[in-house]
Design a protein around this ligand. Structure first.
Ligand SMILES: Nc1ncnc2c1ncn2[C@@H]1O[C@H](COP(=O)(O)OP(=O)(O)OP(=O)(O)O)[C@@H](O)[C@H]1O
Length: 575
C-alpha cells in the first residue's frame, strides 16, 4: 500500500480534484430522489411542476457532466502513474548491481515492467473511487434514515449480510490475484529463456514438451484468475440479490406503513429510489477494493525491484589518479578473493596480478578456473570480499564504476549486438564518434567491404540474418576498438571462428597491444601464442605464469591446455 501511495503522492493535487468532483457528482445524484419527492408532493398539492422538474434535469446534467470530467481526469492520472512506475523500474534496472539482474530470469524482469505496472492503472483511481463510494454509501443511508428509520433498519440488515460476504471473500480474491501475477512472472521467465534457446529446442524435438511446460504457467495464472473471478461473481450476486430482497421488503413494509398513515407515499418512493441507488456505491466499493488489491500485489512486486541494490558510487574525495606512474601497471589485483555465495569454494582465491600498461596478457585455465570472474572484477561488475583492485594505483572503491569502465573496453564471449543498426552498435560506447572513426574501426576488423556491399550500409538493422555470427563478433570488436581503450578485455568466442574473423582478431590484438593493454581469455591457440605474458589459472588461483616457451617447459597443466587448444583449433584436427 505504501508503494502504491508513493506512486500517487506526486499527483495528490489531481487526486484531490478528482475526489471533490466525485463528491459533487454524488451530491447531485443524492439530491435527485428528494427532488422527485418534491415533484410528487407538488403534484398532490396541485402546484406548478416546471420548477422541480427543471431542477431534477439540472441535477442530472450536472451529475453527468462532473462524472465525465472526473472519469477523464482519473483515467489520465492512472496512465501517468503507470508511466512513472515503468520509468522508475526501467531506470532502476540500469543502475543496479549486475548480480541483481542475472540471478532472476530476464522474462520475469520484463513482466514487472509490462504487466505488473499495468495493474496500477485501475488501482490508482480506485482510492478516489473508494472514498467517493464510501461517502455516497454513508450519505445514502443517512438520507434514508431521514425519510424513515424502520425502512432503514430493513436496508441495514441486507447491508450487513452483503458486508459479511464481502469481508470473507474479498481478501481471498486478492490472494488469488497475487498468485496469478506470480504465475505470469514465471511464465515470462520460462518463455524468454526458451525462445532464446529455440534452436536447441527444435533440434531436440522438444517443442511439445517445452510449450507444455510454459503453458502450465499460463494455466496456473488462469486457474488463479478463475478462482478470483468466481469469488467476485459471488460477491456481486450476493450484493445484488441482497439489495433486491431489501427493496422488496422495503416495498412491503413501506406500503403497510403508508396504509397505516405512518409514512407518506412520496417518502416511500424517494426511499425506494435511494435503495436502488445503493447498488452503485456497493458495486463501486467491491470493484475498487478488488482493483486496489491487485494494485497492492503489483506494487509489492515493483517494490522488490526498488529494493535491488544499486551499483556502488565513488568514495568521497576519490577520483582518477592525476599523474599515473607511466611504468606502473594500469590495473592491479592485490590478494583478491571473490565468492558468489557464503558457502562454497571461492571463484577467485587470493589472486595477485598486474596488468602492464602495454602488451598482451592471456588468461588460460580449465573451465571454472575463474577467468570470467576475474573480468567481472576488473569491470567492477562484482566487488571482492577481500583484497583490492587498483586502476593507475587508485583503489577501485574510490572510483565509480563509470570512471573505471570509461578506461576499459570489453568484448563479451557471446558478442551480443544491441537492438538497432550496425551504426547504432558501433556508436554504442562512443555516441560522438565521427564517420571517419567508424570507417577506421570497420577497416581494422576487415568489415568495411562487407558493410559497403549491404544495401542499407551502416544503417542495416542487425535483427536480420544478413550479418553472420563471425561478422557480429567483428562488429563487437569494432565497437570496442573505436577509440583505443587503455585496457581491452576480450573474452574470446569458444565457437569455431572463421579465418577472416580470426585474422582480424589477431591483427587487432597486436595493434592495440602495441599502444595499450590487452587482456584476453584465450580459447584459441593462435591467441595464446601471440601473448606477451600468459597466466595459468586453476581453481581460482594463479598456478603459473610466464611466456609460452617457459610455461611449456615447466607446467604440465599448461602443456595439457595447449594440447587441447591445438586439437580444438588446428584445421588438420577439425578436418
Ligand atoms: N553467477 C554465479 N553464481 C555462482 N557461482 C558462479 C557464478 N559465476 C561463476 N560461478 C562459479 O565460479 C567459478 C568460476 O567461474 P568462471 O565463470 O569465472 O570460470 P571460467 O574460468 O570463466 O570458466 P569457463 O571457461 O567455463 O567460462 C565456477 O566454479 C563457477 O561455477
Amino acid at each position: 500500500m505504501r508503494t502504491l501511495l508513493s506512486f500517487l503522492r506526486p499527483h495528490r493535487g489531481v487526486l484531490l480534484l478528482g475526489l471533490v468532483l466525485g463528491l459533487v457528482a454524488n451530491a447531485a445524484n443524492l439530491a435527485a430522489p428528494l427532488v422527485t419527492k418534491r415533484i410528487i408532493d407538488t403534484l398532490g398539492a396541485g402546484g406548478a411542476l416546471a420548477g422541480p422538474i427543471g431542477l431534477l434535469l439540472g441535477l442530472v446534467v450536472l451529475g453527468a457532466g462532473i462524472g465525465l470530467w472526473q472519469w477523464m481526469l482519473l483515467g489520465a492520472l492512472a496512465e501517468r502513474v503507470v508511466l512513472d512506475a515503468r520509468t522508475s523500474i526501467i531506470r532502476r534496472y540500469f543502475t543496479v548491481r549486475l548480480a541483481e539482474l542475472t540471478r532472476r530470469p530476464t522474462g520475469e524482469l520484463v513482466t514487472r515492467v509490462t504487466s505488473d505496472t499495468g495493474l496500477l492503472h485501475e488501482a490508482s483511481s480506485s482510492i478516489v473511487g473508494l472514498v467517493n463510494a464510501s461517502i455516497a454509501f454513508v450519505a445514502t443511508l443517512v438520507l434514508m434514515g431521514v425519510l424513515d428509520l424502520v425502512l432503514l433498519g430493513c436496508t441495514l440488515a441486507a447491508v450487513l449480510v452483503v458486508g459479511g460476504v464481502m469481508s470473507v471473500l474479498l481478501p481471498t480474491i486478492g490472494a488469488a490475484q497475487r498468485a496469478a501475477q506470480e504465475s505470469v512472472g514465471r511464465l515470462g521467465g520460462d518463455l524468454e529463456g526458451t525462445l532464446r534457446a529455440i534452436r536447441t529446442v527444435k533440434a531436440s524435438r522438444a517443442e511439445e514438451r517445452q510449450s507444455g511446460r510454459i503453458e502450465a504457467g499460463a494455466r496456473d495464472a488462469a486457474a488463479h484468475n478463475v478462482r478470483a473471478a468466481r469469488r467476485a461473481a459471488w460477491v456481486w450476486t450476493v450484493s445484488w440479490a441482497g439489495i433486491q430482497v431489501a427493496i422488496i421488503v422495503v416495498l412491503g413494509v413501506g406500503a403497510w406503513r403508508a396504509e397505516l398513515g405512518l409514512l407518506e407515499v412520496s417518502s416511500l418512493i424517494a426511499f425506494l429510489l435511494y435503495a436502488f441507488q445503493l447498488m452503485g456505491p456497493i458495486g463501486e466499493l467491491t470493484q475498487n477494493v478488488t482493483a486496489l488489491q491487485s494494485g497492492i500485489a503489483a506494487a509489492a512486486r515493483i517494490r522488490e525491484v526498488e529494493a535491488m541494490e544499486r551499483e556502488p558510487q565513488a568514495a568521497p574525495g576519490g577520483g582518477p589518479a592525476p599523474h599515473p606512474d607511466p611504468d606502473g601497471p594500469v590495473v592491479e589485483l592485490r590478494g583478491v578473493t571473490l565468492r558468489y555465495g557464503p558457502e562454497g569454494a571461492p571463484a577467485v582465491d587470493g589472486v595477485d596480478l598486474a596488468v602492464p600498461r602495454r602488451g598482451h596478457l592471456a588468461l588460460v585455465g580449465p573451465s571454472g578456473a575463474g577467468k570470467t570472474s576475474l573480468f567481472s572484477l576488473m569491470l567492477r561488475f562484482l566487488d571482492p570480499q577481500s583484497g583490492e583492485l587498483l586502476l593507475d594505483g587508485v583503489p577501485y572503491r574510490s572510483l565509480s564504476p563509470a570512471q573505471i569502465r570509461a578506461r576499459l573496453a570489453y568484448v563479451e564471449q557471446e558478442t551480443p549486438v544491441v537492438p538497432g543498426t550496425i551504426r547504432d552498435n558501433l556508436l554504442f560506447t562512443h555516441p560522438d564518434a565521427t564517420e571517419a572513426e567508424l570507417r577506421a574501426a570497420l577497416r581494422a576488423v576487415r568489415l568495411d567491404g562487407k558493410v559497403d556491399g549491404l544495401p542499407g550500409g551502416l544503417d542495416t538493422p542487425l535483427g536480420g540474418s544478413e550479418v553472420s555470427g563471425g561478422e557480429r563478433q567483428r562488429i563487437a570488436l569494432a565497437r570496442a576498438i573505436l577509440r583505443t581503450p587503455d585496457v581491452l578485455l576480450l573474452d574470446e568466442a569458444t565457437a569455431q571462428v572463421d579465418g577472416l574473423t580470426e585474422a582480424a582478431l589477431q591483427a587487432c590484438i597486436r595493434d592495440r597491444a602495441a599502444t595499450g593493454a590487452v587482456v584476453t581469455i584465450a580459447h584459441r591457440l593462435s591467441t595464446v601464442l601471440d601473448a606477451d605474458h600468459i597466466v595459468v589459472l586453476e581453481a581460482g588461483r594463479i598456478r603459473a605464469q610466464g611466456t609460452h616457451a617457459t610455461l611449456l617447459a615447466t607446467d604440465t597443466l599448461y602443456r595439457d591446455l595447449v594440447e587441447a587448444l591445438r586439437i580444438a583449433t588446428t584445421p588438420a584436427a577439425v578436418g
